[in-house]
Write a protein that binds this ligand. Structure first.
Ligand code: UDP
Length: 480
């Protein structure tokens, strides 16, 4: 009897993590491997998830989805949303166990590829003899920092959020102010800190780690992970590392198809490399005061711009993201009086969403003000567009460090201590620096080099193509 085999993938619940994992699945199935993707239900469910699953299953019959029964968790304001999300994923461990057992009754699972946040599923799979791999949706620098985090944890008893002025040194990373560490590890008083510690302690125990980056982009960080420098006390060989990126998601579905047309036809009318594109990810948002400051900076810079504005947030120290991304708000009421009218010859402001991948690859875009979400960083790199790094949440300050200090594809904005406010003068200064100065030209040149390198990495003999081939070989070679 011929035994069938499959690979099971388990992304974290948010749509961004699901989409990234599906992109990996699309690459792997090209090698005649079937994939089963496990999905949770009940927390962070995206409104478009059902149509997304249908679309993928129809266009890629080798990818199938299994959804868990709904699980309820209650978020309490005494801890972070990440803590609740991690609790939710843990509660789903029983579902992982029962589905893995159901699948193994019919077919051989050659590998279980999980998101970092789904580490609670690692022991379950290992206990039934399934090799576990991580898919790391951020870059190698963050991977190195996280792998080293258990070591940093032993060096202090304080929370990073209270360690202003203290520099964190992790292999493969430029020095980072402790208060800029990724959000979920900032506060030891929050359960998310301890969950992250548990996740990061397990990174070295995986059989392999697949990373959405390419070696040439982050050579120092990739080396730190490959050599095991970021796993200080490891008594065995570090997990194999497969840098298979840049994986860029298909153009995402927006409820506002009209936006797509408006943005692109407006860009068609602008001169080559003249437009600064400002977009802060799926959730990045600002207070009205900050929005007005950005507007003033853009106006004074006298440069052309395409700016995506999300529903503003209330003044709350440290919060830079919005969960209600609907666009029933008036642009006129959140921007300075007369701003849209005064800048209409050289600026376009759109609400909530723009087709970022298409915009970045448009000839008239000459700069990108980004919140440094890893997908946005890769999309900027692939398009060869120089950036202004304005990190807001999650691990984006680490990404900014990499972009500015190592890759040299971006200038960083100065953020005020405490509330991280950015003045209009600073916005103007950085836009002019990127678009007019000698340093801006150097950054543009470097960005164009990385664009070529990204294309080469994915080419027939490229580093990422080789890494994928190695990964597939390992996945196929596993026997139980
Ligand atoms: N995105 C987009 N249009 C927008 C905002 C976001 O197409 O107006 C896409 C962007 O191209 C990227 C993703 O949403 O693929 C955002 O992912 P990223 O990792 O950069 O940031 P996150 O949203 O996870 O903070």
């Amino acid at each position: 009897m011929v035994e069938t085999t499959t690979i099971v993938m388990y992304p974290a619940p948010s749509i961004g993590h699901i989409i990234s994992m599906v992109e990996l699945a699309k690459l792997v199935i090209q090698h005649k491997i079937s994939i089963t993707i496990l999905l949770t239900t009940g927390f962070l469910d995206h409104p478009s998830i059902d149509s997304y699953i249908n679309r993928i299953s129809t266009s890629h019959p080798s990818i199938s989805f299994l959804r868990f029964p709904s699980v309820t968790v209650t978020h309490s304001n005494t801890h972070s949303l990440a803590a609740t999300a991690f609790q939710f994923i843990k509660t789903n461990a029983v579902n992982v166990q029962s589905l893995l057992r159901q699948i193994t009754a019919k077919t051989v699972i050659n590998a279980f590829i999980i998101d970092l946040f789904c580490t609670s599923a690692m022991e379950i799979a290992s206990a039934i003899g399934i090799p576990v791999y991580y898919f790391f949706t951020s870059g190698a620098a963050v991977l190195s920092l996280y792998s080293y985090f258990p070591e940093i944890h032993t060096q202090t008893t304080a929370s990073f959020k209270d360690m202003a002025g203290v520099q964190i040194h992790a292999p493969g990373n430029a020095a980072l102010n402790a208060t800029l560490m990724p959000d979920p590890v900032l506060d030891r008083g929050d359960p998310a800190y301890w969950e992250m510690l548990y996740f990061c302690e397990h990174l070295s125990m995986a059989k392999g780690i697949v990373v959405n980056t390419f070696c040439e982009l982050e050579d120092v960080a990739v080396k730190a992970v490959e050599d095991g420098a970021c796993f200080p006390d490891l008594k065995r060989t570090p997990p194999s590392v497969y840098c298979i990126g840049p994986l860029i998601a298909d153009a995402q579905q927006s409820d506002e198809a009209r936006h797509i047309k408006d943005c692109l036809s407006w860009l068609d009318k602008q001169p080559s490399r003249s437009v600064v594109f400002l977009c802060f990810g799926s959730r990045g948002s600002f207070t009205v005061t900050q929005l007005k400051e950005i507007a003033e900076g853009l106006e004074r810079s006298e440069h052309r711009f395409l700016w995506v504005v999300k529903r503003p947030i209330q003044d709350q120290l440290g919060v830079k993201q919005v969960h209600d991304t609907t666009n029933d708000f008036e642009l006129g009421s959140v921007l300075p009086n007369g701003f849209i009218e005064r800048t209409k010859e050289r600026g376009l402001v759109v609400k909530s969403w723009a087709p970022q991948v298409e915009v970045l690859s448009h000839e008239s875009v000459g700069g990108f003000v980004s919140h440094c979400g890893w997908n946005s960083v890769l999309e900027g790199v692939v398009a060869g567009v120089p950036m202004i790094a304005w990190p807001l949440y999650a691990e984006q300050h680490v990404n900014k460090n990499v972009m500015v200090e190592d890759m040299k594809v971006a200038v960083g904005v100065e953020q005020r201590e405490g509330d991280r406010f950015v003045s209009g003068e600073e916005v103007e200064k950085r836009v002019r620096e990127l678009m007019e100065s000698e340093r801006g030209s150097e950054i543009r040149e470097k960005s164009l080099k990385f664009k070529d390198m990204a294309r080469d990495a994915l080419g027939e003999f490229g580093s990422s193509t080789k890494a994928l081939a190695n990964l597939v070989q390992t996945l196929n070679g596993i026997n139980h």
